[in-house]
Design a protein around this ligand. Structure first.
Ligand code: FAD
Length: 294
C-alpha cells in the first residue's frame, strides 16, 4: 500500500519509526522489537537507513519482515550522500524486488571525515538528486522527504530551507515528514509558511517521546530542537527516576499528538525507537480517539 493513500484518508493515522540493528548479533532482538510494534497495527512503519546507530544493510530485511509477516505498510529510508550511482541503483533495485513501494529519500548527514572535501564530483549532493534518480528509474514509488520546522542545521535561514524543500516536492515527493519538535507552535508556524510557499503535499509531524533523561541532550544535539520550559521542568523533576520519566515523557508526547489532532492534523509519525512498550502506551493513551482497543 502506498503511504500517500493512507495520508489522504482524512482520519487519524499513527505511524511508528524503527531502526535496524548495528550488528548481526543484535538482529534477532531488533527484529523482535519491531515485530512487537508491528503487532499494534500502526498505519505504517518506517525503517531508518543507518540512522540511530543501525546499519543500513539491515533496513530492507526489517522492512520486508514487518510487511510480509504482519501486513503493515512499510516505508524504507534511503540516504545518498557520498554513495555512488551503482550503490544507489542496486539499493533501489533491492527495495523494488522486496515489494516495498514507499521510499523516504534523504541526503543523510555528511560523514565527519568528508566535511571539508570537494563535493562537486559527488554523484549525490542533496536529497533532490536521489529524488530525481528515483523518478527516472522507477516512477511508481511513493516518495517521502524530510523537513525541519526549526530549520536544518546547515541552512542559513528558513526561507532558503523552504525554497529547497519546495524543489524536493516539485521533483516528485508525495509527502513530507518533519524533524522532531517539542513545541507545537513551531510546527503551526512552519506549516503556515510552507503552505504560503505553495507546498501542498501532506506533512507528517514527527513526535519523539523522550523516555529517559540521557536522551534529552542527544535529541537536542541531533535536531537542534527548542526545549520549552514546560518540558525542561518535567526533565528536572523526573529525570532521576527512570519510571517516572518514562511516564512523563510519554504523557508529554501524547499531549502533543492530541493537540495536533485537535488542530486538524490527522497524520502523526512517532519516533518510537524500537521501544514496543512506548508505542503501545502512546496508542492506548489514544484508544478512544483512534476508536480502537489496545
Ligand atoms: P537535503 O534535503 O539535501 O537538505 C540538506 C541541506 O542542504 C539543508 O540545509 C537544505 O536546505 C540544503 N539544500 C537542499 N537542497 C539544496 C540545493 N539544491 N542547493 C543548496 N542547498 C540545498 N538520516 C539517516 O542517515 N538515515 C535516516 O533514515 C534518516 N531519516 C530521517 C527521517 C526524517 C523524517 C528526518 C527529518 C531526518 C532523517 N535523517 C536520516 C537525517 C537526515 O539525513 C539529515 O538531517 C541530513 O543532514 C539532511 O537530509 P535531507 O534529506 O533533509 O537533506
Amino acid at each position: 500500500m502506498k503511504i500517500i493513500d493512507i495520508l489522504t484518508q482524512n482520519k487519524l493515522s499513527i505511524s511508528f519509526e524503527v531502526f535496524p540493528p548495528k550488528t548481526e548479533m543484535s538482529f534477532e532482538s531488533v527484529k523482535h522489537a519491531t515485530e512487537e510494534i508491528a503487532k499494534l497495527k500502526p498505519s505504517f512503519m518506517s525503517v531508518t537507513y543507518g540512522a540511530g546507530g543501525g546499519t543500513s544493510k539491515y533496513t530492507l530485511d526489517i522492512a520486508k519482515n514487518i510487511k510480509e509477516m504482519y501486513g503493515v505498510p512499510t516505508l524504507a529510508h534511503l540516504t545518498c550522500v557520498s554513495s555512488t550511482k551503482e550503490t544507489v541503483q542496486s539499493k533501489i533495485h533491492d527495495i523494488k524486488e522486496a515489494g516495498i513501494t514507499n521510499i523516504m529519500a534523504l541526503r543523510g548527514d555528511i560523514p565527519q571525515h568528508l566535511e571539508n572535501c570537494d563535493r562537486s564530483r559527488w554523484d549525490y549532493r542533496y536529497a533532490i538528486d536521489l529524488i530525481h534518480e528515483l523518478k527516472n528509474t522507477a516512477n511508481d514509488f511513493c516518495i517521502g522527504c524530510a523537513c525541519y520546522p526549526e530549520i536544518h542545521p546547515e541552512s542559513s535561514n528558513q526561507k532558503e530551507d523552504i525554497k529547497y524543500l519546495k524543489e524536493k516536492v516539485d521533483a516528485g515527493c508525495d509527502f513530507i515528514t518533519t524533524q522532531m519538535f517539542f513545541d507545537n507552535n513551531l510546527l503551526y508556524n512552519f506549516l503556515y509558511k510552507i503552505r504560503e510557499a505553495g507546498i501542498t503535499v501532506p506533512v507528517i509531524p514527527g513526535i519523539m517521546p523522550i523516555t529517559n533523561a540521557n536522551q534529552v541532550d542527544r535529541a537536542i544535539k541531533l535536531s537542534g530542537s527548542f526545549m520549552p520550559q514546560r518540558f525542561k521542568s518535567l526533565v528536572d523533576r523526573f529525570g532521576s527516576d527512570p519510571n517516572a520519566m518514562k511516564q512523563a515523557g510519554i504523557a508529554y508526547a501524547t499531549d502533543q499528538i492530541i493537540d495536533l489532532y485537535a488542530n486538524s492534523i490527522t497524520n502523526i509519525h512517532v519516533y518510537s525507537m524500537n521501544k514496543p512498550e512506548v508505542a503501545e502506551k502512546i496508542q492506548s493513551n489514544l484508544s478512544d480517539i483512534l476508536g480502537k482497543e489496545f
